[in-house]
Design a protein around this ligand. Structure first.
Ligand code: FRU
Length: 561
């Protein structure tokens, strides 16, 4: 009976189909359907010509996006949540849809959110790195701890595996390790697509957006047509409302990526914003506010010009104690991780050391730190441009593992260090200690007995007189060039000076690459390279001399999904 009725309904609805002509003389498509299920299903063929899709409800255009619609068999299915309009009539308009396309013949709805493939088990899916179920991600946004959960918002294209349709996706975690994707929260509107920004908890309800005992989580973002800075808020961590007007109108040609912090000594909020000035001068604009709603520009810090991308996009600003002292310093950084260390009086940042290199890897970008972290730690997650745009993949790109930042005094001055957060240790499923030994060329592989897929490796090696020490992870060599004191991974070279003749390594290896830490975290080297997930072999060897393995433990890790 249900099938007959559904068939009848589909017939009636298809009567409402209008086949018109658009400006390009190509057929367009319009059909009205009743929202019955949670999701509208959109078939995607990666690389197919893009079509514009619009959803109109009660005469209002509620969603619009472009999508590589599959006219025939799809690579994957995108889902758009239509539950907010349950039982309403939705008009679906598609531009340039060919008459033979089966994309919306029939229009499919579903209450289940599944793909044909093994979701989260795909060959190129990072197993302990966050990536969206489907679609593209770039910058992490709005990292904040609120109501007992870590929130990770992220730049999301829900409808394609390339950049576009910028929307804020949302995931939550209780432990910084296991993430649950919650669905998109900020959709493009008439002010533009939703570009990057940060979040804070307005604990004292300075904005009045919260209620007694219910502080608001406030998200700041750039709407990339008005190019102003906007806000949205939530009092339950699940439902979000947009304020509807810019709290910081456009300052100059290009300005974006607001990050907000609370400055206790002046009892003010501080926003850092990337603003491009004349002749491609990158600057960070500082603003202050008593209430998150009204902002006053206070000062500017200059970065590079044009392709010199020091202080370009996605600024981040925070204070940290200098380890082992009572001193505190401020850090100003932006998308490429180059940073300055200095002082801040509530309105003006004065750099003392500038253009410090934040990381030495490949394609680690737009990192942000977590606001309101309950243990007071400064924890960073960055976008890792992984090589995951392959064939019929339904998702692309990844976030890094979470890392704790510290300021440490070194002979060259105060520097940032990064180490993997302690919580990641909960992923250890098995451990293989490897005894101390001398290593010389031609020796048997000391790791021959270990078979482990996802790994964390901690090792202390004295390279001694060897020319090279090579740790092989599933066919990916991690080479220490002893005379240059450099690490070499997949063509990327990074300085890794020995500490008292010793190289201390922490390595996390997932299917999408390796994140390497040495010298107590002063070197962070993420290298995005796909690793054969069938290969579970490891190797340790030296060339041209004798080295000493002081200690090593290989941990096999569990995945997070
Ligand atoms: C950095 C960036 C941001 C912008 C966002 C758009 O990767 O270009 O400046 O807000 O991506 O997705």
């Amino acid at each position: 009976m249900k099938i007959v009725l559904t068939g009848l309904l589909l017939c009636l609805l298809s009567l409402a189909t209008v086949k018109g002509q658009n400006n390009n003389n190509e057929p367009s498509f319009s059909q009205v359907f009743k929202a019955t299920d949670k999701w509208l299903v959109l078939p995607v063929k990666n690389g197919a010509p893009k079509k514009n899709v619009e959803l109109w409800i009660d005469g209002v255009e509620e969603r619009w996006f472009d999508i590589e619609l599959a006219d025939g068999t799809p690579d994957w299915l995108a889902y758009i949540d239509i539950s907010a309009w349950k039982d309403k009539e939705i008009e679906l308009r598609v531009d340039k849809l060919s008459a033979s396309s089966t994309a919306f013949h029939p229009i499919r709805q579903s209450n289940e959110d599944t793909n044909a493939g093994p979701l989260y088990g795909e060959k190129l899916r990072g197993q302990f790195h966050f990536s969206p179920k489907r679609g593209w991600t770039n910058d992490p946004n709005g990292l904040v701890y609120y109501n007992g959960e870590y929130h990770l918002f992220f730049q999301h294209n829900p409808y394609g595996v390339n950049w576009g349709n910028m929307t804020w996706g949302h995931a939550v975690s209780k432990d910084l390790v296991h993430w649950q994707e919650m669905g998109d929260v900020l959709h493009p509107d008439h002010s533009g697509p939703m570009f990057s920004g940060g979040a804070v908890v307005d604990s004292n309800n300075t904005s009045g957006l919260g209620a007694p005992g219910k502080p608001a989580m406030v998200l700041f973002y750039t709407a990339a047509r008005a190019w102003g800075q906007f806000l949205a808020w939530s009092t339950d961590g699940r439902h979000f409302k947009k304020l509807g007007h810019a709290v910081v109108p456009r300052i100059n040609k290009d300005n974006r990526d607001p990050k907000v912090i609370w400055h206790a000594p002046t009892q003010k909020w501080v926003m850092v914003l990337w603003v491009e000035r004349d002749k491609g001068q990158h600057t960070i604009q500082f603003l202050t506010s008593p209430d998150l709603l009204h902002w006053t520009p206070t000062s500017i810090v200059k970065g590079g010009i044009g392709d010199d991308r020091y202080l370009f996009e996605c600024p981040e600003f925070f204070e940290l104690p200098v380890e082992g002292s009572s001193e505190k310093k401020w850090v100003l950084t932006a998308a490429n991780s180059q940073y300055a260390v200095g002082t801040f009086d509530g309105t003006t940042f004065t750099p003392e050391a500038e253009r410090l290199q934040g990381q030495h890897g490949r394609d680690y970008y737009a990192a942000q730190t977590i606001s309101d972290e309950p243990k007071g730690r400064r924890i960073e997650i960055g976008w890792w441009r992984t090589h995951t745009n392959k064939a019929d993949n339904s998702f692309n790109q990844s976030q890094s593992i979470p890392m704790e930042l510290k300021l440490v005094r070194t002979p060259r001055g105060i520097r940032l260090s990064r180490t993997p957060v302690k919580e990641l240790e909960t992923l250890r499923a098995a451990s293989y200690p490897v005894g101390a030994r001398r290593l010389k060329e031609g020796d048997a592989n000391p790791l021959a007995g270990i078979q482990a897929g996802l790994v964390e490796i901690r090792a202390s090696i004295e390279p001694g007189k060897a020319k090279e020490v090579v740790l092989d992870i599933h066919g990916l060599p991690i080479t220490y060039d002893v005379s240059k004191q450099e690490l070499v991974i997949d063509g990327v070279r990074a300085p890794a000076p020995l500490t008292k003749g010793t190289l201390d390594l922490i390595i996390y290896a997932d299917r999408i690459g390796v994140e390497v830490f040495t010298a107590d975290g002063l070197l962070f080297m993420p290298v995005n390279v796909n690793i054969d997930s069938e290969n579970k072999a490891l190797g340790l060897s030296v060339k041209g001399g004798t080295a000493a393995l002081k200690q090593m433990t290989v941990y096999e890790l569990k995945g997070i999904w």
